[in-house]
Every structure is written in structure tokens, then in C-alpha cells.
Design a protein. Structure first.
Length: 158
């Protein structure tokens, strides 16, 4: 199980791109939380290149509803980890074990994860960067993390 949460995205294009990447790299679904751009905005639909209709995508008003669902999943005996992406994360994304059931959090394009999501994380991971860029676009960062997840899961199946 790999579910992606996009916290308060402001760009419909980023929503569509993230959904496309989630579909391409085997995520179970995408949850958009908080005050966010419309998942069905024509720009989001176009950027998803159809993945919006191939992958479950839901929108919920806040993180509490998702955390309640995670509690139910855990109560059913599935040890789901909540992993957030953050430039100050302790682990590199490649060091995180994506073979376990994971809720992957991607923060807002400008402010990152909300304080509620940050507190809910079991682990924060970062994407190591070596150039002069100070950050990655949120959908791009999600794509990097989703690729790493797919890579690890494929290696575990071999």
C-alpha cells in the first residue's frame, strides 16, 4: 500500500502532474487535503494525461480525516507508516524503507507540510540535491520519491 497525500496544493498543474506520477509509479491513490486547487480543474485533468481517471483521487478538508483512516488501517493490523518529505528530513529518500505500507506526504508548493501533518509524521525524508537550486517543485519532488518507492518495491520482489 502506497498512498500519496498532497497537502494544500495551489497549482492545478501540480495536482495533475502528481497524480500522473502516482499512477506511473504504482501508488494506490492520491488524497488532496486542505484548502487546495480543484482536482478537476481543466489544467489538472490535462496535466494528469488521463491518470486522474485511472487512480483513486479524493479530496478531504483536513488532515484529521486521513489520520482517522490511518488509525483504522493500523487497528486492522497493517503497520502503515506516515512519511513526509521535507528539506530538513533526517533520512535521504533512498534510506527510507518504501517496501512497507506508507502514507507519503507532499507539502504545499510554498510553505511545505502543515504543522498538523508535520506532527503526524513517523519520519521525515529529504531529497539530496547538489546543484544551486534551493528546492524542487512539489510535483517534481513527489515524482522523485515515488520513483524511489517503485525502485525499492521492484527490488524486493526479485
Amino acid at each position: 500500500m502506497l498512498t500519496v497525500v498532497f497537502d494544500r496544493p495551489t497549482s492545478p498543474g501540480n495536482i495533475g502532474t502528481l497524480v500522473r506520477s502516482a499512477d506511473a509509479f504504482g501508488a494506490s491513490g492520491v488524497i488532496v487535503t486542505g484548502h487546495a486547487a480543484d482536482v478537476y480543474d481543466p489544467k489538472a485533468v490535462r496535466a494528469s494525461t488521463g491518470s486522474l481517471f485511472a487512480l483513486p483521487v479524493i479530496r478531504v478538508p483536513s488532515h484529521q480525516a486521513v489520520l482517522s483512516w490511518v488509525a483504522d488501517v493500523r487497528a486492522d493490523g497493517i503497520d502503515m507508516s506516515i512519511m513526509g518529505t521535507d528539506e530538513r528530513g533526517i533520512l535521504d529518500a533512498a534510506q527510507y524503507d518504501f517496501t512497507q505500507p506508507t502514507l507519503t506526504l507532499i507539502g504545499n508548493e510554498t510553505t511545505g507540510l502543515s504543522s498538523g501533518w508535520r506532527e503526524a509524521c513517523d519520519q521525515l525524508v529529504r531529497i539530496p540535491m547538489f546543484g544551486s537550486a534551493s528546492s524542487l517543485n512539489a510535483a517534481t519532488a513527489a515524482t522523485v520519491v515515488l520513483y524511489e518507492s517503485a525502485r525499492q518495491r521492484a527490488a524486493a520482489r526479485r
